[in-house]
Design a protein around this ligand. Structure first.
Ligand SMILES: Cc1ncc(COP(=O)(O)O)c(C=O)c1O
Length: 370
């Protein structure tokens, strides 16, 4: 059993995928080719934003968003400590300081109730992460940010395709930033990412920053990056978008089925395994299906022995990463993040899991905690 199965998806898409890639090889516009424009239009329509700016990775997307907001040294950006490293890395790479706000232990997303206390005169933006494929509570976060005149950037690297109160992830705040890393809900065959906004001025700036800060050929009013999405990756994503709605529906169905099997497996016994909690107003695309167990190391070893791959997202919260030691945020500072980091473990999840796969995984879970 694969943790993520991209080969079955390729077999399903092969004729269209191969034709689209071949077209790029033939026309030769490998950078900023017609596929890039076509993809940006399609994704903007999909998310319901005025603009989509494709970029080279999710990390570049976050950095470009912060650069477009003119954030740099001396500035603080608020994010969650329980996330992939890139969320805080992007903040530090532009020279700003990450300021962490602990997560809600049920959803693992930034807890709006703790946000206001972290805002200082140096705060320049709030960057919640929509972890595991479920959006953070944007109404609550936007309202607080708005009171303090702060822009909100969604780190939507794991939540492309998810909805919050009927609206799409990436369209929930001033800027949405996503990743097309191959294992993401919408993944390329290499690195990629995209930015979403309704703001014309920001969209123009972000387009310039992804192209070395150039506003016209060889004229650079600002610094930027080699931050473009390749035409071949755009072609791959266009092919994958043909079946994306169907895959999102499958993810939602499979996530619910896992939780049902989990409830059955432990009916009547104390809750030794915690299933993901999805807010009733959210749909989750399950970039990961992540449970909590008491004794993760033993659980992990037993699952491996039973032939079921697992992964830990993520074992060390960002405030405890060696590179952020200078922030002076020790153990005990963000208890919900620290507890989650000790207990979480992700099970195989992709749209092509079968009922038999899911039953096998849950039988293994039952045995591994027993
Ligand atoms: C929450 C989060 N933010 C940012 C990123 C960075 O994306 P990328 O790997 O495309 O640079 C990722 C992806 O791994 C992520 O999971």
């Amino acid at each position: 059993m694969d943790f993520i199965d991209l080969k079955t998806q390729y077999r399903r898409l092969k004729p269209s995928m191969d034709a689209r890639i071949a077209r790029v090889l033939e026309h030769g516009a490998y950078v900023m080719g017609p596929e890039v424009t076509e993809l940006e239009q399609l994704l903007a329509t999909y998310c319901g934003t005025r603009h989509c700016v494709s970029v080279a990775s999710g990390t570049d997307a976050l950095m470009i968003a912060l650069m477009a907001l003119d954030i740099g040294p001396g500035d603080e950006v608020i994010t969650a400590p329980f996330t992939f490293f890139a969320s805080a890395e992007a903040i530090a790479l532009v020279g700003a300081t990450p300021v962490f706000v602990d997560v809600d232990p049920r959803t693992y997303n930034l807890d709006p109730a703790q946000l206001e206390a972290a805002i200082t005169p140096r705060t320049r933006a709030v960057m919640p992460v929509s972890l595991y494929g479920q959006c953070a509570d944007f109404d609550a976060i936007n309202a607080i940010a708005c009171r303090h005149n702060l822009p909100v950037v969604e780190d939507a690297a794991q939540s492309f395709g998810a909805t919050y109160k009927g609206r799409k992830s990436n369209a929930l705040s001033l800027i949405g930033a996503t990743s097309f890393f191959p294992s993401k809900p919408l993944g390329a065959y290499g690195d990629g990412g995209a930015l979403f906004t309704d703001d014309d001025k920001l969209a123009k700036l972000m387009r310039e920053i992804r192209l070395h800060g150039q506003d016209r050929r060889y004229h650079h009013p600002r610094l930027g990056l080699t931050g473009r999405l390749d035409s071949i990756q755009a072609a791959v994503l266009l092919a994958k978008m043909e079946i994306f709605d169907d895959e999102v529906a499958a993810r939602i169905r499979l996530g619910a089925r896992y939780s049902e099997l989990l409830a059955d497996a432990f009916a009547g016994s104390p809750p030794v395994v915690r299933a993901p909690y999805i807010e009733p107003f959210n749909t989750c695309v399950y970039a990961q299906y992540t449970i909590e167990v008491e004794n993760r190391e033993i659980f992990e070893t037993r699952m491996k022995a039973l032939g079921v791959p697992t992964a830990v997202h993520y074992p060390l919260p960002l405030h405890l990463q060696p590179v952020f030691e200078h922030l002076g945020l020790g153990e005990g500072r963000f208890p919900a993040s620290e507890t989650a980091a000790r207990r979480v473990i992700s099970l195989p999840m992709h749209p092509y899991l079968t009922e038999a796969d899911q039953v096998k995984v849950m039988q293994a879970v039952r045995q591994a905690v027993g």
